[in-house]
Design a protein around this ligand. Structure first.
Ligand SMILES: [Zn+2]
Length: 266
């Protein structure tokens, strides 16, 4: 067994410190590189209109009315109405019990975090009812290291390639039951233990489509996490190394709402 002397220990400490310093430097330069275009930014939100894939049963989803036009008024304004859970949106903990926090109350620090992408496109391609297992999360960790506290964990199922085709995206059977992949309760519990800030997916729901009890919603929103649903194409996202900025509409008392999600690429 090698004995680390005092100078050896110093070298180890310095190496650890410099890694930390480099990581911070990297994050700073990531942000600074945005205006110049040096840092690539992905917009993971869909533009909002009245033709997006809605949850089955949601009839009226979005409406925009022109209030003023350049021709008549010299300026252009509209008013709009929409569901809180429509298009790319955030579920606040208050959406399901025992969660309590409304969308405007989510701590700001929870809205910024390292992006963890768990790729299940192969599994989802074979089985539309696939649920990410806790073992799947551990497999990611074997490859990339421990999921950091404050991470925002996105499930990449490949479902975005079906958007905005209602039939293909909902994938309903003859009985109307939907079939798309999601997180399992065990995976959600492990991610809660890792102290992540939120979960996201490129499907209609964090729970798999056939779910009837929305078990993951209860568990993760109950633990104070938020959900990002109907995220746009995640195919360019690296499994690790991106930094996410989550900017939901600040609706007082809201159960959720439209969200803009940006990914700063490494
Ligand atoms: Zn929702």
């Amino acid at each position: 067994m090698a004995v680390i002397g005092r100078s050896g220990l110093l070298v180890v400490c310095l190496a650890a410190l410099s890694t930390l310093f480099m990581q911070n430097m990297h994050r700073d330069s990531m942000l600074e590189g945005v205006p110049s275009g040096k840092t690539r930014v992905l917009d993971l939100s869909y533009a909002i209109n009245d033709k997006l894939v809605a949850w089955p049963g949601d009839e009226k989803v979005f409406e925009a009315k022109v209030n003023a036009t350049i021709e008549k008024n010299g300026y252009f304004t509209r008013s709009f109405w929409m569901l809180e859970h429509y298009g790319t949106h955030l579920d606040a903990p208050a959406h399901f019990p025992p969660g309590k926090t409304t969308v405007d109350q989510i701590p700001v620090k929870q809205l910024f975090g390292p992006g963890v992408v768990i790729d299940v496109r192969a599994e989802s391609g074979k089985d539309a009812d696939y649920q990410l297992s806790a073992a799947g999360v551990e497999e990611w960790e074997k490859k990339h290291g421990h999921i950091p506290e404050g991470a925002i964990v996105l499930l990449r199922t490949g479902w975005a390639s079906r958007w905005p085709d209602v039939q293909k995206y909902r994938n309903q059977d003859a009985k109307g039951k939907m079939h798309f992949p999601g997180f399992s309760v065990e995976a959600a519990k492990l991610l809660i233990a890792r102290k992540v800030s939120g979960l996201g997916c490129d499907t209609l729901s964090i729970d798999y489509g056939a779910s009837e009890d929305f078990a993951v919603h209860h568990v993760s929103l109950g633990a104070g996490l938020y959900h990002l649903e109907n995220l746009a194409d995640l195919s360019e996202m690296p499994e690790t190394g991106a930094f996410l900025i989550v900017a939901p509409i600040k609706l007082e008392g809201g159960s959720g709402g439209a969200v803009r999600v940006f990914a700063l690429l490494p």
